[in-house]
Design a protein around this ligand. Sequence first.
Ligand code: G6P
Length: 362
Amino acid sequence: DAADKGAYPYYMLKEIDEQPAVMRRIVGQYFDQAGNPQVDEAILDALAKADHLYIIGAGTSYHAGLVGARMIEKYAHIPTTVHISSEFAYDHPMLSEHPFFLFLSQSGETADSRQVLVEVNENHWPSLTMTNVDKSTLSREATYTMLLHAGPEIAVASTKAYTAQIAVEAVLAKALGQFLKHPEADEFDLRSQLGMVANGMQAITDSKDDIEEIASRFLSKTRNAFYIGRAIDWSVSIEAALKLKEISYVQAEGFASGELKHGTIALIEDGTPVIGIITQDKTAGLTRSNLEETVARGANAITIVSRHLAQETDTIIIPDVDDNLTPLLSVVPAQLLAYYTSLGKGYDVDKPRNLAKSVTVM
Ligand code: G6P
């Protein structure tokens, strides 16, 4: 059955490896032969009437929202903000006149997110749930659903659901942009880009031995670690740090690299691992110099860098893809670093202490 571990020692590794196939499945599900995205017109119609999109999620799903929001704004020109569900439920910003709510939830059962949906429904606001589980609570109770088609995700630490959420958000951004007749959405060749993403993910998962070596050299004995990046690379940094925290119990944080000097750099000691995510032309030089500042204070720098920006001293080079889709690749080495750090310490990778796959209490 699809949820069988097969020859894999842990579901997490299997699920990391499944990501290229998930990308291809999403292409198969959401594009026609001509390369046009296929999204229910009722969803596009409702979104076209909205003046603000509120993305709601918890944990990794919240992080996927941070990445997707950029594409919705870029291609559909709808102001979009991303919110932690347990915060939004008690402390939300002033809402726009015609809000639309996008719920991101792998399980479709997270109580914190559902609490927001209850309020949304009481106010008769339109909503869409992107979820991996058909007929889950958040799917049934939202106005619309788009499925992630990632297949069952068993490991507590979410991997393929994160990348599937970003890919499906990209589909929505392109489809909505085209529906609203924004020319840049036409030019966004998402179908072929997702094909390149799938190949790129494959190349990264094929180089597991190198990543295992980096994990054992730099992360296996540390108590803390930092991921840094700017803009979209910062969004991935937060997710990358969460992976490390969840399963290897390393105290890890993702920081906006420009903020380091405003406080965090005080934490850098001899041997502190600082992992820089560098995928964007605009910010590559800045993140590199922030990384050097940490090295000058004793940090061990590790880099995850897009090929066209790579330098000889870089640690992990990832293939080039569209600027908005780089998280689909830059997160994969981070997933593997977390996996091998946890494995090396002898922890139960799939069932970390204190955590549940689906949190149905608030
Ligand atoms: C739990 C899981 C996380 C997940 C979060 C949100 O805390 O351990 O991996 O990201 O819930 O779950 P959802 O199913 O709503 O995406």
